[in-house]
Design a protein around this ligand. Structure first.
Ligand code: CA
Ligand code: CA
Ligand code: CA
Length: 439
């Protein structure tokens, strides 16, 4: 098979030995658009360094949708998050929502009205909110599947329909716009993990510690590739190196990649990011070796407490937040370090890591995930793209990322930070006012 300008992957990961998909090229127009977007984002990122201390808004509007029952139990930590967002240049609006009183289309209708008026760039869902289920009769190997699809809440102008009226969307067309996402999205869903409100409180506490420079990571990444994807290990490592040049640890030896080695690294090492490609179910990792299988269970992750902030879970069904003890949630919400991760609620995962990590050099996790999905959907989503990507979502806060939180690495010393903060408060007051004026 020709692989020029393409990445390939097998579906062996997800129970089928049928190979191969070939992803189309990114068009010149799209690359040009990416370049323009990046220039804007780089400018904004630089301004954050100033405006974070000026408490000024860059009018990056975010709708914080919160379950009404949960809201009073997390009010203090939600206030901290709100203030963090403002300090980082966002214009947040908290929108309490009672899932018993509305449907997916009701909630989406609210987001659409905000988006249509130009007052919405992204959203974060906190607590249990209506789940948009999408069903396919032509999933991998012609099988039927039904799964949560957060693309529903990211696509503001496409047309979603439930033609057989069984409560599951089965049609997604361009509508008045296109099928691609129009806003970024993240979810903080902890009820399937237990202790819902305390996990949300803990999450915003470490989020604040990260934003304020108290929680730091080595500017390094682990790329952990189990047996079935070894052929692509070097290419995927190169993709991650766009964010961590010369600072990735690639582990792809079939005998080395096993449960014991993985757990040892998670318990003892420190990385800002991990890309892991391993067989899985919603609550289990299955490592392959030439002569054996080995496993890591969902309950082991909080015990390991990996010192990792950002995750790319190439693990089927790992992010299915409707399942009890869903494993991706354990990494993000039940450790002292997890901040955000992309993964899938169904069989499938991310592909074209080169695009995603290129975006992540300058953008937040939420922006990078949206742009990646937007680029792949520029001419609609083919069947194989729906099979692979329609379950993709982002767990955690979408407004942070390796490149967008100043002082997130261990390089600047605290004393330096204090001096810089004091200096900027005086020296850049004028620049800050210009930020506000141009917002
Ligand atoms: Ca249906
Ligand atoms: Ca759209
Ligand atoms: Ca292995």
């Amino acid at each position: 098979m020709k692989v020029i300008h393409c990445l390939t992957a097998t579906r062996e990961s997800c129970g089928s030995a049928t190979p191969i998909v070939c992803l189309r090229n990114v068009s010149g127009a799209t690359l040009k658009r990416m370049s323009v977007v990046r220039k804007v984002r780089v400018t904004l990122t630089s301004l954050f360094l100033v405006c974070a201390f000026c408490s000024l808004s860059l009018a990056n509007s975010i709708e914080v949708v919160v379950n009404t029952d949960l809201l009073p139990r997390i009010s203090d930590s939600l206030d901290t998050y709100y203030q963090d967002l403002v300090a980082f240049g966002y214009a947040p609006t908290v929108y309490p929502y009672d899932p018993a009183s509305g449907t997916t289309s009701d909630l989406k209708g609210h987001l659409q009205s905000r988006w249509a008026s130009g007052a919405l760039d992204g959203t974060v869902f906190i607590g249990d909110l209506p789940v948009a289920t999408y069903e396919m009769h032509d999933d991998f190997d012609g099988r039927y599947s039904a799964f949560p699809s957060d693309l529903y809440y990211m696509d503001m102008d496409g047309h979603w329909a439930d033609n057989d009226q069984n409560g599951r969307y089965d049609s997604h067309l361009g509508g008045t716009g296109d099928v691609a996402p129009d806003i970024w999205f993240g979810r903080i869903t902890t009820s399937p993990l237990g202790n819902e409100s305390s996990l949300v409180d803990d999450y915003f506490q470490k989020n604040h510690a990260y934003r304020s420079g108290e929680l730091k990571f080595k500017k390094e990444a682990l790329v952990y590739i189990d047996d079935d994807w070894r052929s692509w290990a070097n290419g995927w490592d190169a993709a991650v190196q766009q964010v961590y040049p010369g600072a990735t640890t690639l582990v792809d030896d079939p005998y080395t990649t096993n449960a014991d080695d993985y757990k040892r690294r998670l318990a003892a090492e420190n990385y800002e990011s991990i890309l892991q490609t391993i067989h899985s179910s919603p609550s289990l990792l299955q490592f392959k070796s030439p002569d054996a299988y080995s496993y890591v269970h969902s309950y082991e992750i909080p015990l390991l407490n990996p010192q990792v902030g950002y995750y790319n879970f190439f693990n089927c069904s790992f992010a299915n937040y409707t399942r009890t003890d869903y494993m991706a949630g354990k990494y993000i919400f039940e450790t002292d370090y997890g901040l955000a991760g992309v993964g899938s609620t169904k069989t499938g995962s991310m592909l074209r890591f080169d695009i995603f990590y290129n975006l992540l050099r300058d953008m937040t996790m939420g922006e990078s995930f949206q742009e990646w999905l937007d680029i792949l959907g520029v001419d609609g989503y083919q069947l194989w793209e729906r099979q692979w990507f329609y379950g993709m979502t982002l767990l955690g806060d979408p407004t942070i990322g390796p490149a967008t939180v100043p002082f997130s690495t261990s390089i600047p010393e605290p004393s330096t930070l204090v001096l810089l903060a004091l200096g900027w408060g005086v020296l850049f007051g004028y620049v800050g006012r210009r930020c506000a004026g141009s917002a």
